[in-house]
Ligand binder design. Structure first.
Ligand code: HXC
Length: 274
């Protein structure tokens, strides 16, 4: 059978509340870097729909404030904006302190802040490479350091938002591939070091997801653009990632740690016959 090459942006009509109970995260608190937009905002909304409060963290206060209001209005739960740059540990520590002041605890952390653009390795400046490593890899490290004490106290869980780019050689993505491979490695270490303290750590690896800034930046620019095959017949949606995050934080995943959950509709497994 031929692999379907479908038009993107055919979103499924479902919500995690169709599957999981509304109140599974009642009394829980989410701290989400990159939560002001895109996939991480969608994850935050879904987790709030199940009863959690949230702090969304990012660089642009205007965007965060607007997003926090919309998330609260949509879900009926509290959401606060925390301005921070994940490259600067002090600003993250302040964001954590603000979250504790507002909610008294942190149960779930999504390390989601990421940077991306298309550039061949031959044309990638040192600063460009370093910038993405600093946002994705060091940003994840700083977020773990700033939150681990609170997750030990709550016996909480991490989700690190990674990618599938680094499983093979993805053209024009040297910086992101290197950065996300390191994120996967960090999660493995958190798994074994923090498991005895009751903390779980998993990676959620989205494949191509429609209606996101990351996809907009990549679309049409790489050699393989628009030729991505999808065994399930459609591109992924933000809701696909959000539902996977709800599962990973839920008690249903209590014995799941140190895993990479790939949310890509199976596209990583395709090897086209040429
Ligand atoms: C080449 C570029 C570039 C580009 C920036 N740079 N954009 N180089 N091509 N398109 C270089 C700059 O020239 C500079 O190097 C260095 O990177 C730092 O750029 P700044 O703009 O000064 O940095 P900053 O303001 O901190 O912005 C960082 C950024 C940002 C990464 C470039 O714009 C960003 O975060 N944007 C993307 C956000 C995003 O899309 N997030 C979702 C990620 S999705 P020089 O040498 O000139 O000083 C994802 C997974 C995708 O990660 C998976 C899809 C399948």
């Amino acid at each position: 059978p031929t692999t379907p090459m479908v038009s993107p942006f055919v979103a499924p009509q479902f919500s995690s509340t169709d599957t999981f109970k509304d109140d599974i995260f009642k009394g829980k608190v989410l701290f989400c870097t990159g939560g002001g937009s895109g996939i991480c905002r969608g994850m935050t909304e879904a987790i709030m729909r199940h009863g959690a409060s949230a702090a969304i963290v990012g660089r642009k206060l205007d965007r965060l404030t607007q997003a926090a209001k919309e998330l609260s209005d949509k879900t009926g739960q509290k959401c606060i904006p925390c301005q921070a740059d994940v490259r600067q540990p002090k600003t993250l520590q302040e964001a954590v302190a603000k979250t504790i002041e507002a909610f008294g605890r942190i149960d779930f952390v999504i390390c989601g802040a990421a940077g991306n653009f298309m550039a061949p390795i031959s044309g990638l400046s040192e600063n460009a490479f370093r910038t993405v490593i600093e946002i994705d890899t060091l940003g994840t490290f700083h977020t773990i350091k700033a939150t681990i004490g609170h997750l030990r106290a709550s016996k909480g869980a991490y989700i690190h938002v990674s990618a599938t780019l680094h499983y093979k050689g993805t053209p024009y993505q040297a910086h992101v591939s290197a950065a996300k491979a390191a994120v996967d490695a960090l999660s493995n270490v958190v798994t074994v070091e923090e498991g005895p303290h009751g903390v779980r750590s998993n990676v959620l690896a989205p494949g191509p997801i429609g209606n996101t800034e990351g996809m907009t930046r990549l679309e049409g620019k790489g050699p393989n653009a628009r030729q991505l095959p999808f065994p399930l017949g459609r591109i992924g949606s933000i809701e696909d990632c959000a539902s996977a995050a709800v599962f990973l934080f839920s008690p249903a995943a209590a014995y799941i740690t140190g895993q990479v959950l790939v949310v890509d509709g199976g596209s990583e497994h395709i090897r086209e016959m040429v």
